[in-house]
Design a protein around this ligand. Sequence first.
Ligand SMILES: *Cc1c(COP(=O)(O)O)cnc(C)c1O
Length: 453
Amino acid sequence: MDRRQQLTGQDLAHLWHPFTQMSLWPGEPPLIIERAEGNWLIDLEGKRYLDGVSSLWVTVHGHNHPAIKAAIAAQLETLDHSTLLGLSHPLAIRLAAELAAITPAGLNKVFYSESGSTAVEIALKMAFQYWQQSGQPGRKTFVTLEGAYHGDTLGAVSVGGIDLFHQVYGPLLFPVHKLPQPHCRLCRLGLTHPACDLACAQALEPLLAAHGQEICALIVEPRVQGAAGIIVQPEGYLRRLWETARAHGVLFIADEVATGFGRTGSLFACGLEGIEPDLMALGKGLTGGVLPLAATLASDRVYQAFLGRFEEFKTFFHGHTYTGNPIACAAACASLELMRQNDLVAGLAPRVEQLRQGLAAIAHMPHVIETRQQGLMAGIELTADKATGQAYEPGLRMGHRVIMACRPLGVIIRPLGDTVVLMPPLASSEDEIAHLLTAVEKAIAQVTEGRQP
Ligand SMILES: *Cc1c(COP(=O)(O)O)cnc(C)c1O
């Protein structure tokens, strides 16, 4: 038995893959990635693929970056792990200070965990407990957006709005108020932007007027709802929500797990509209895509409500075993240092423009209903009939077929339903973006029009 057969056999026998219908898994022999170089993934046979979704939205500087490797190696010589429960260590301290310095004003306190879901979970618990300890214990519910995705743990699922993922858990979830999704093409309110004057954001005002005293926080993916299919909010939407929440004293939680660290073309999406949230969740790109680390940032106002005498029990009773792992913090510090040195975010503009032009061409294809983009995040939505906007039958798995057709062309991407997602590493070159766009266009033509590459 060769190595590929052996690994495939063991994969099929023992691995349960995330977000994967395992009954279909054996039908497509798994693509096994053995190595990476820069922005490329390399399989067992040595075939190279551009990492078109940044290994699930995390890779910033390319894989195996020497500066991050060196920081990890150095940290392994001094301290592998030590808890933050009752102790501290230099890397957690340094990273916390850096995060406080680069995030929007007011976010000065950093609480670590390991995934975006836990970072969100922590923000929800902090917001809830804040009001319990601030004399307004009636504020117990959250406002969220239709189509939201905040992670897979139960609190994060409660504030989520993707029925396909979330509906089955209904009985386990806490109730929330939902705002209409800011999705202009399929406007839930039947209006047209900009004549609508952001009616979907204005919907927050009557909700808070009626229920404001019961609501502890609004949670939003700022500017882009990623998992919903890269739904980009119209300009001004975010700021309108933030101002309305503030006017009613409701806390604002920015889930920047996907949008943080330059992905939208700004260091943080909140910066695009100058908003200052009370709580912010970070994850994905925090370590440059190398190690699992997440952070929840809180304002001084939120933090103050947790202070008191020991016996008042205002403590935030929460903490994960590996919280603030020193090696992960070292990777994050090195990644932030690289971003600064390379002026990465400022340098993104030409790649963002290149992607915009490529998407504009793809948007003309007969089975593409819409392309959406913010920075280096893009979605290409397929349609069975461009005139009516009719979706394909889900069983056809057109999005999946397109991403599979990209593989022989040397590109790995993932679909969200029939939206093809492009999320190349921030450090992608002009040639790499061109390779990605060419392959995706060919794959869409091949799958939707039967044109051979
Ligand atoms: C990916 C994501 C999460 C969840 O992060 P995990 O690390 O997968 O738990 C939460 N919020 C947003 C906006 C995300 O994109």
